[in-house]
Structures are given as C-alpha cells and as structure tokens.
Ligand binder design. Structure first.
Ligand code: PGA
Length: 232
C-alpha cells in the first residue's frame, strides 16, 4: 500500500531531526512517502522512503518570490507532491484550475501528484458528494494524457473528517471509492481524514483503498508503527 505522511506546518529543525531518528526505526514493506515542510526537504531523504512535497508553484520558474518550482523540488529528490489539499483550497483560495496547472508542472518534472479531493459537511448533507468530487477531478485533470491519469494518485479526504477524529462509515467510503474508480479505473486512490492506529482495523475492511494519507498520526512514530502493524 501507499502511505503518505503529511506533516503540514509542524516541526522545527531539531524536532524534525529527532523525528527522523525515530522514524528510521520503522520497518515496513509499504511504499512510504514522507511529506515534511518544504524547509525540511533537503534533510528529508533516507534510503527507505520516498520524499514528497506539500505544495508546488504553479509557475515554471523566475520572479515569483516565495514560490518553490517543480524543477527545484525534483533537484532535492522529491518524487511525489500533494496538491489541492483542502487547507490550501480554503486558506490560500486555490482553485481547481490552479491545481490543474500545478499537476502539469509536476508531471513535466517527473514528480507524481497526489491530488486531494473531498466534500464539506454541508455538501454531504445536501447529497452533493459525487457532484463535488467529479468537478474537482475533472477540472484538475482535464489536460492530462491517459498515461498521466494512470500515474496520478488521488486522495479522497472528506473535509469534515480531517483532524476531527470522525471518519465516514465503510459503506460511505465504498460508495465514494467505487465512484472515483469508475471515473479513474487505473488510478491509485488513498483515503485520508483522521485515520489512526485504532480505526485502521475498521478501515482496512474496505478492500478498494490503495493506501492512506496521514496527517496528525504521521507526527507520532510510535502510533504510526502501530498503524502499520495493524494494517498488515
Ligand atoms: P488528519 O489529516 O489525518 O490529521 O485528519 C489528514 C490530511 O489532512 O491529509
């Protein structure tokens, strides 16, 4: 399975180096993608993991103060990059169109995008889940070739589940995964949103899940190890 670890804006340098010492002790056959803050990427690569970024510039290169380009990420050994996380959609007002441009930049530089999609609580209550996901998917991937669509990774993260401790029922996850895989039959789809070492026993019953995008849990190597042990 693919296990992507989203550290978000956590860890100063010392904390990150301490984390890595603990993290290196975890033995697993899963494909581990560590996505630390951009500032830690240069110190992030170890032999047993892939390195992922949490964001990329929509611009190729040049006079874009504060931006980090896909080419720069690649030169630091980055193989994957999260795009369209709901926190960026909300706080940085990222649009599906901008997310689509970022995905193109990543593929141009040989980096695999992890495209996050998900509905809000209101959208679920209004029975608009499929409509929202379809729009996010179609608008962000419309310029991709068939081959790129297959290499893309999709992460389904219901917004109401991120960091809240609440997860969808297995039936709800099944329904969404069947829908996404109907549109993208050859694409790996991850689940994200409050997945932890306790609810993994329940989540792992959903056989269509190809992996997990972990936020809060990823900051705790001891809990992460339990999660991975129980997943096996
Ligand atoms: P969480 O975050 O696991 O803390 O809910 C997941 C994410 O935002 O990717």
């Amino acid at each position: 399975m693919i296990i992507a670890l989203n550290h978000k804006s956590n860890f100063n340098q010392e904390e990150f180096l301490n984390y890595q010492e603990e993290f290196k002790k975890i033995q697993t056959d899963h494909t581990m993608i560590l996505c630390p803050s951009t500032i830690h990427l240069a110190q992030g690569k170890t032999s047993s993991i892939f390195l992922g970024a949490q964001n990329v510039s929509a611009y190729e290169k040049g006079a874009y103060t504060g931006e980090v380009s896909a080419e720069q990420l690649k030169s630091y050994g980055v193989s994957y990059c999260i795009v369209g996380h709901s926190e960026r959609r909300e706080y940085q007002k990222e649009t599906n169109e901008e997310i689509g441009t970022k995905i193109t930049r990543l593929f141009q530089n040989g980096i695999i995008p992890i495209l996050c999609i998900g509905e809000s609580k209101e959208e679920r209550e209004e029975a608009r889940v499929k409509e929202v996901l379809q729009e996010e998917l179609e608008m962000a991937t419309r310029n991709l070739t068939e081959e790129e669509r297959n290499r893309l990774i999709i992460a389904y993260e219901p917004i109401w589940s991120i960091g809240t401790g609440v997860i969808p029922t297995n039936d709800e996850i099944h329904e969404v995964f069947d829908f996404i895989k109907g549109l993208f039959p050859n694409t790996k789809v991850l689940y994200g949103g409050s997945a932890n070492e306790q609810n993994i026993e329940e989540l792992k019953q959903v056989k269509t899940i190809d992996g997990y995008l972990l936020g809060g849990l990823s900051l705790h190597p001891d809990k992460l190890k339990l999660f991975l042990d129980r997943l096996n």
